[in-house]
Design a protein around this ligand. Sequence first.
Ligand code: ADP
Length: 346
Amino acid sequence: MSDLMLEHLTKYYSGSETPAVDNVSLEVESGSLTALLGPSACGKSTILKMIAGLLTPTSGDIRFSDISVLKQPPQSRDAVMVFQDHLLFPYMSVGENVGFGLKMRGRPKAETTRAVGKILELVQLNGLDHRKPSQLSGGQQQRVALARALILRPRILLLDEPFSNLDESLRLEMQTLLKSLHEEMKTTMLFVTHDQEEAIALADKIALLLSGQLRQYDIPQNLYNRPKDRDVAKFFGAQNFIPGRIVSGKFCCPFGQIALPENAPADGKFLTIRPEHIVIGSEATSENSFPATVISKKFLGSQTRLKLSVAEQEISALLSPNTAEPLQSGMDVIVHFPRQSLWILP
Ligand code: ADP
């Protein structure tokens, strides 16, 4: 069963003629960690706020375990939201911040104290319960915000760009913590991010939103290697779109005939291959090998970007700096497109 279902969810902000969220339907499986991914202003936070009950949809439905929650106020919905900027009570200690929700629910003091101790241990903040938020680092404050939400054992935890204010190493640390909290507590979690790497690293499934529309909802591997269309492919860094058509199971394009993987779509107008999957050699040794000329080479640190011309099509490849070392602009080479790395787009 799914904990959360969005059905044709649409939101127009007043005065706007284009919807911030446009007919989004999504089923979030119980106990899963799901990412709402997309560029800035694509409607991610608007969706989260509608689920939490902080915004009213223009149309559509939101269902928790198959029951519509549209008429329920935020405090009655079994969903808790963690914001980017923690929103801790500055005059309360860490322990009081974390226990606040249980106190409001009238739980006995001893039970609350026990629960606070347990949850602070889980977010690795034991011993800091008497500090004030101002005496904590940004990462520690975010842990308090997580603990304050998790202590309520919500059916659904909503996280709005929870780690975007943290620096790189702290962000990685918090991602690991979130993953282990999810494994420990099995709470259904929906988190918003604009960072595809974060979504890939954390999520069981990713919902990719572009301009308010849900464009693909899938496991991370499929968004990366099996995108539904060119917009999705571009969002995940694809650059090579070779025009042509499929004839008798092969892709016919200016290079010649290209053998496709067995599960490739049976129809489509573009062949795509990720830059890092292209192989460069000096001899045609196998299928899908074509003569090419190096146009340019750029060192990027861990990788080197190569622009190549293949039958007057420009192709982008990413190689390890060692492999790219002997290659120079103007050099004739052979490009190989491994069959399993190819995909067909509409
Ligand atoms: P994201 O979280 O993906 O960055 P948002 O959901 O915050 O996107 O915003 C989606 C769109 O709705 C944007 O164009 C934004 O400008 C607009 N928007 C967000 N909040 C409001 C608001 N309170 N009033 C009017 N427009 C808004």
